[in-house]
Design a protein around this ligand. Sequence first.
Ligand code: NAD
Ligand code: 0WE
Length: 254
Amino acid sequence: MLAGKLGIVFGVANKRSIAWAIAQAWHKAGAKLAFTYQGEHLKENVEELAGTFGADTLLMPCDVTKDEDIANVFKTMGEKFGKLHLLLHSVAFAPKEALEGEFINTSREAYRIAHDISAYSLVALARGAMPLMTEGGSIVAMSYYGAEKVVPHYNVMGVAKASLEASTRYLAYDMGPKKIRVNCISAGPMNTLAARGIAGFMDMMKHYEAHAPLKRSCTSDELGQTGTFLASDGAAAITGQVIYVDGGYQIMGM
Ligand code: NAD
Ligand code: 0WE
């Protein structure tokens, strides 16, 4: 379904990362992928995972808070790939203390960091990718229900996800004339590194099992398949959307 497509993946930390699930699905569908990693501490992990796609898989460091890292990534992509069709944004961070107490106590700095890493980065990466997406493209970002309804303790991350979803719509408008589509997948809770250690995370899974129409959240394989659909030409008229892969939880009022 993605044969001949070239892609870049941001947000692999380990084998449980949603980015890795979508990368594997893109790879199976025939795409050729490059990967970035946040910092040296994750290089080995990503090397090992990306290496399973071939020893020559392109791997680059990219801390999305650094303009020079982003510039280097797309400069190298231009040199090595020449063009680009797919970009996955699967990156989020808020300082731990901002996810613990009450939203009202969010510091200016925690608010800034959460928005810089989790929302602004999509705009910066889309701008970097645009000159290479000369044959059109598909940009996919990961969101969560806390963008639209209050999920206790998700706090400033919910506000940043609202910004990510709105940014998706404005980017879709700007990039549409170039046949570049921009969409979000809003995933139900997944047991990844970013979710582990969050107090009450297991209760949240139980809540989906009790209340979602499908009596569960989602699997990494299902996120991969939705990511592949959004990347494919079957989704050629879909842009600026938030697609829920959450067992149907989002439709419920009670
Ligand atoms: P994860 O920890 O595997 O992925 C988060 C990634 O963000 C990591 O690879 C990390 O290196 C990267 N990152 C953080 N700060 C960065 C920076 N400054 N520069 C570059 N990269 C940086 O966890 P995940 O659950 O796979 O999260 C991926 C995405 O999915 C996030 O956007 C998250 O909000 C979203 N999401 C997660 C869930 C869930 O329940 N796990 C549900 C819905 C949406
Ligand atoms: O987007 C996320 C989590 C993203 C995240 C996770 C961490 C943990 C470690 C962002 N920043 C940090 N900072 C850290 O220091 N999710 C959708 C998973 C998640 O996180 C929650 C959730 C859910 C669901 C936090 C509180 C309540 C629900």
